[in-house]
Design a protein around this ligand. Structure first.
Ligand code: XMP
Length: 512
């Protein structure tokens, strides 16, 4: 296994992900607890992450000194390279000109990290983000690659198996980065690369059993992939100690609520309480047009209903949530400081504080595509696992302006036609998220010989890998006209269809 020492980088979890992709198990420990975790796990390699600090600060975060005498290979990335250099007697310069974004490195000598990929004399694209840089190597290190802004872009001490990289191999903008990390964990550390999602499942099941003991757990199902995968995994770990509560707010897509109920009750035989709370949500949303107020009302009401149900079930000690890594970073800044709230996400926070329960969040370090893989591993049906993400507040944030049951029904029909056409065209899996939006704008049209005065429907489709950035999906014009024609012909209340051509940023994926 690999121990990843976290110095507070925004992308430490990406290092863990790359290690998993190389087929190796890893754990992340904050630098202050790294020594303890090292003792417990006896890793075969250590990766020191990047971070916002400078080694020249007063009292900078350090790696435990003992790591350098443990006989275990070490890879330092960005701050990790600088801190290793400094701790071993080299030097780092602060407040110099930094390098941010795309850069190129020139390969000067061979190094185990480059095995089978980079050769002397070649130039390769990488992604840099640093202000400080190494200016004097520690004893025994040699430079093996340089960049314009960093003479020691890659350094190594092959005898001790210590490697330092100034750029970020964990991000996708370093095209060969994943292979560099794979070389470290396999060639340098000698790990076999046979760790799989099946192993993740076993490890998590053991962890859940240990955390929960014979306590009772309740899990809120949203109808989406994340909470479903979390629930199935937890059920596998603790069986009947888990009860699921599905708060049906009436803001789901066509047929979705029924699917959730049948999957859990019939397919998995997991105890499920289905609460039909549509009326409560609709009456509370009446007259409300402000996006944040809508989100907050839905979040709060969800919690109220959930809390009531939990009270009836009685005595649960743990609350399970399908929180993923991107939910965590979009909601809280990693270094503990406040980050700007773009939207109040509805599945993180709120519930645990109010209910005074411990959290069980087995998916907290995974990315969406990994959750899908785990879902397949657990035998969830493909239509469920492969489904596009759906936001907690549901259709309410796809109906700008006032939400009513009537408008939800109109939107559900349009959305179902759009998704059916996308599936028929074989495009569903190439798209991250596709949905219809019902605008609070009426326009004039002519149908048959009559005048119409009805709502506008917007269509959205984006590609993305994690929902944090997104590109517009470039449909053929003929596809879009087919969808538009069908929606206008088949859905009463809509007489005009438009396509949304906004990427994220500057737009967000959802309209509210
Ligand atoms: P935005 O609209 O912020 O959305 O670009 C990014 C991704 O997050 C989903 N989303 C949510 N998911 N609760 C969720 O579970 C929420 O409150 C929420 N709001 C947005 C959105 O569908 C997209 O996949």
């Amino acid at each position: 296994s690999i121990l990843i020492v976290d110095f507070g980088s925004q992308v430490t979890q990406l290092i863990a992900r790359r290690v998993r992709e190389a087929g190796v198990y890893s754990e992340i420990a904050p630098f202050s607890q790294a020594a303890e975790v090292f003792e417990r796990m006896s890793p075969r390699g250590i990766i020191l992450s990047g971070g916002p600090a400078s080694v020249n600060d007063e009292d900078p975060p350090l790696a435990p000194e003992s790591f350098y005498d443990a006989g275990v290979p070490i890879l330092g990335i960005c701050y990790g390279q600088q801190v290793m250099t400094k701790q071993l007697g080299g030097n780092v310069l602060s407040h110099d000109m930094g390098e941010f974004g795309r850069a190129f490195v020139d390969i000067e000598s061979d190094c185990t990290l480059f095995d089978g990929m980079w050769k002397v004399g070649e130039r390769h694209q990488v992604w840099m983000s640093h202000g400080d840089k190494v200016t004097e190597l520690a004893d025994g290190f040699t430079p093996v690659a340089t960049s314009e802004g960093a003479p020691f872009a890659v350094t190594c001490n092959e005898d001790r198996r210590f490697y330092g990289i100034q750029f970020h191999p964990e991000v996708v903008h370093t095209p060969d980065g994943a292979r560099l990390i794979a070389n470290f964990v396999r060639h340098v550390c000698g790990l076999a690369g046979d760790w799989t999602m099946a192993e993740f499942r076993k490890t998590k099941i053991a962890e859940i059993r240990e955390q929960v003991g014979d306590g009772k757990v309740i899990c809120g199902l949203s109808g989406g992939v994340d909470s479903a995968v979390a629930a199935v995994l937890i059920h596998e770990a603790i069986g009947e100690q888990l009860t699921c509560v599905f708060v049906d707010h009436g803001l789901m897509r066509m047929g979705e609520a029924e699917q959730v109920v049948s999957l859990f009750k019939e397919h998995y035989n997991i105890p499920l309480v289905h609460v039909d709370a549509e009326e409560m949500f609709m009456s509370g949303l009446a007259g409300e047009t402000d996006p944040e107020k809508k989100r907050k009302f839905i979040g709060k009401t969800f919690i109220d209903v959930f809390e009531d149900e939990a009270g009836e079930i009685g005595g649960a000690d743990f609350l399970a949530q399908g929180t993923l890594y991107p939910d965590v970073i979009e909601s809280v800044s990693f270094t503990g400081g406040p980050s700007v709230t773009i939207k109040s996400h509805h599945n993180v926070g709120g519930l645990p504080e109010r209910m005074n329960m411990q959290l069980v969040e087995p998916l907290r370090e995974l990315f969406k595509d990994e959750v899908r893989e785990l879902g397949r591993e657990l035998g969830l049906p493909e239509v469920f696992v492969g489904r596009h993400p759906f936001p907690g507040p549901g259709l309410a944030i796809r109906i700008p302006g006032e939400v009513t049951k009537e408008r939800c029904d109109i939107l559900r029909k349009a959305d179902a036609i759009y998704l059916e056409e996308i599936r028929n065209a074989g495009l569903y899996d190439a798209i991250w998220q596709a949905f219809a939006v019902l605008l609070p704008v009426k326009t004039v049209g002519v149908m048959g010989d009559g005048r119409t005065y009805d709502s506008v429907c917007g269509l959205r489709a984006v590609t993305s890998t994690d929902g944090m950035t997104a590109d517009v999906y470039p449909f053929d014009a003929s596809f879009l006209s087919r969808v538009a024609t069908r929606i206008i012909n088949e859905v009463k209340g809509i007489n005009r269809v438009v396509y949304d051509y906004t990427s994220k940023p500057p737009g967000t994926i959802e309209w509210e």
